[in-house]
Design a protein around this ligand. Structure first.
Ligand SMILES: N[C@@H](CCC(=O)N[C@@H](CS)C(=O)NCC(=O)O)C(=O)O
Length: 231
């Protein structure tokens, strides 16, 4: 029923979000991958027109075949088609906040995203975050705290059960861990929960199995061992 277009698993943070929105919520999709910066990706996306970016989701079997692209639209569409899957918290205040956090992640944090591109092959020591990156991190700390205050819980995730907002922040967690960025102890625990999550581990294993490395994502900094579990 679902076919999901993604790009290089080690580097495409939006692809990771799209894939988590499917797999982490117990749904299945046939995955088709295109290589970033090659015609392979645009050729793949011709089958997902009018989408021009990944993730893109083709939906068949419940009426006319259709395509939904952009991670936020994919989240809302899957939540609508699978209300039992739990993409958003059941409680309305938490649900509104979770949507706001996902939307802000989707639209913002440009400094963090630009300075610290997701690279699931590397972890560094000595990265010096700019004031703009530190401002993004401060905002992320606030958002994660607001989430926990709205939905007090003992689990690792923002609103109790893993929800789409967590999926949107998974690549942020990877950036915090791999660029050794400063966060509170509570949020360091949240970051590690992402790195140890079964679906994240599966995604990263597939990323490492991809023989093609994109050196443009590498920084000239000393490397650390991967900061989370390996399997
Ligand atoms: N806002 C989009 C961003 C998607 C995006 O920028 N994807 C990148 C890969 S991470 C892409 O497809 N780049 C290929 C291109 O722009 O040609 C979303 O949420 O899905």
């Amino acid at each position: 029923m679902y076919t999901l277009a993604i790009a290089d698993r080690a580097y495409s943070s939006w692809s990771l979000r799209g894939w988590l929105l499917v797999v982490r919520f117990g749904l299945t999709a046939t995955v088709e991958s295109g290589r970033l910066y090659t015609s392979g990706l645009s050729d793949l996306l011709e089958h997902y027109a009018p989408a021009t970016t990944v993730p893109a989701l083709r939906i068949a079997g419940d009426g006319p075949e259709r395509v939904v692209w952009d991670s936020l639209a994919i989240a809302e569409t899957l939540a609508e088609l699978h209300p039992e899957a739990g993409h958003w918290p059941a409680e309305p205040v938490a649900r509104g906040l979770a949507r706001s956090l996902a939307a802000e992640m989707h639209a913002g944090f440009q400094s963090l995203r630009t300075a610290c591109p997701m690279n699931l092959r590397r972890a560094y020591v000595g990265f010096d975050p700019s004031p703009e990156v530190l401002r993004d991190l401060k905002r992320i700390e606030l958002l994660w705290r607001v989430a926990r205050e709205a939905a007090p819980n003992d689990g690792p995730w923002l609103f109790g059960d893993y929800c789409a907002a967590d999926a949107f922040f998974a690549p942020v967690a990877a950036r915090i861990a791999t660029y050794d960025l400063p966060v509170s102890a509570e949020n360091a625990t949240y970051v590690l929960a992402h790195l140890g999550d079964r679906c994240f581990l599966d995604w990263r294993a597939a990323a490492l199995a991809d023989p093609v490395e994109l050196e443009r994502y590498d920084l000239a900094l000393p490397e650390l061992p991967w900061p989370g579990p390996l399997v």
